[in-house]
Design a protein around this ligand. Structure first.
Ligand code: UT7
Length: 320
């Protein structure tokens, strides 16, 4: 497995946000752990970030774009409703032999992509699969709503999955959904329920809406339970986990999940202060950083766990 990431240079700080809405750096840091987030420049779209992350993952593995069999992009901020962002990525990186499609599982999208691609690899028919989490959430955020605008950032992370010997790879996974709670975190406009009209735009239906406190409660419960299940299914003890990478939605959620899953603080990865919540991109960005900085090395085990709109949640134990 090789990894890559792409994050825009432009930065939005808590102090910038203080000038835009009624908030403070102190509130944001205390409640979320976030300090800055990266924002795509005008004209840069989700597939640009995804393609850059994919190119890096391919270069590091010394694999040509022509050798890629499948591209899966997990995103809630596609370039357009259709075609898929994955098709744009295919074209941009020159992966002319690949099948490309998107999946929609919000912040759990990368874990869901990992599970799907693992099954494809195990089928024996595919050798190189790119799984990408990519978002330009700044395009879907209402920068006059302090409840949401301080939280989200843009970026992309990619992994290249290949068949491996029996020891390395996905040891276990768990994934689940509860559509009855969809109204707690969603973007109501722009689909078949509220097609774009002047009215839907006036009513701001094209922006992310979230019942933060409710989501917070469910996220901790679901993520800690998912973490425990993946560890159990992998047949290992929590002491045998080398690093926990949680979806970076809120530092309090990350710490509470770790505590409930009994993962000690020194094994918990957090980069939320530098990116905010990048939805499907947060785990692969963290994974790439963890390899780059030596927090994660070949031979080690990583537990990943995510939660997002749908609701969707999931976890995986990967042996590198
Ligand atoms: O990625 C997918 C999943 N998403 C998540 O997991 C996010 C889950 N939720 C959260 O992370 C937290 O609920 C938030 C960070 C969104 C909010 O933190 P909280 O501690 O749950 O705050 P709250 O919603 O209970 O609000 C507390 C107060 C409210 O004021 P009142 O009603 O007590 O007067 C809010 O209006 O904080 C106010 N508030 C703010 N104040 C300053 C909300 N946003 C802000 C803000 N700056 N940006």
């Amino acid at each position: 497995m090789s990894t890559g990431r792409a994050v825009p240079d432009k930065i939005l700080t808590n102090h910038d946000l203080e000038k835009m809405v009624d908030t403070t750096d102190e509130w944001i840091v205390t409640r979320t752990g976030m300090k800055i987030r990266h924002i795509a420049e005008e004209g840069v779209v989700t597939s640009d970030l995804a393609a850059a992350a994919c190119r890096q993952a391919l270069e590091r593995a010394n694999v040509t774009p022509e050798a890629v069999d499948v591209i899966i992009v997990a995103t809630i901020t596609p370039d357009m409703p259709f075609p898929s962002t994955a098709c744009y990525v295919q074209d941009k990186i020159g992966a002319k032999n690949a099948t490309a499609f998107d999946i929609s599982a919000a912040c759990s999208g990368f874990i869901f992509g990992l599970v799907i691609s693992n099954a494809l690899i195990k089928s024996g028919s595919y050798k190189n699969i790119l799984v990408v989490g990519a978002e330009t959430l700044s395009r879907m955020v209402d920068y006059s709503d302090r409840n949401t605008c301080v939280l989200f950032g843009d970026g992309a992370g990619a992994v290249l999955l290949q068949p491996s010997d029996g020891k390395r790879g996905l040891m276990s996974h768990f994934w689940e959904s509860d559509g009855s709670l969809s109204h707690l975190l969603f973007t109501p406009g722009g689909g078949s329920k509220h097609p774009a009209t002047h009215e839907t735009v006036d009513q701001k239906l094209h922006f992310i809406q979230m019942a933060g406190r409710e989501v917070f409660k469910y996220a901790i419960k679901a993520m800690s339970s998912a973490a425990n299940i993946a560890i159990e299914k992998a047949g290992i003890s929590v002491e045998e986990v080398d690093l926990l990478i949680s979806h970076q939605a809120n530092n309090r959620i990350i710490q509470a999940t770790a505590q409930m899953a009994k993962v000690p603080p020194e094994k918990v990865y957090s980069n939320i202060e530098n990116y905010g919540n990048t939805s499907a991109a947060s785990i692969p960005i963290a994974l790439d950083e963890a390899f780059e900085t030596g927090r994660l090395k070949a031979g080690q085990r990583c537990l990943m766990v995510a939660f997002g709109g749908g609701f969707t949640w999931g976890s995986a134990v990967v042996q590198f």
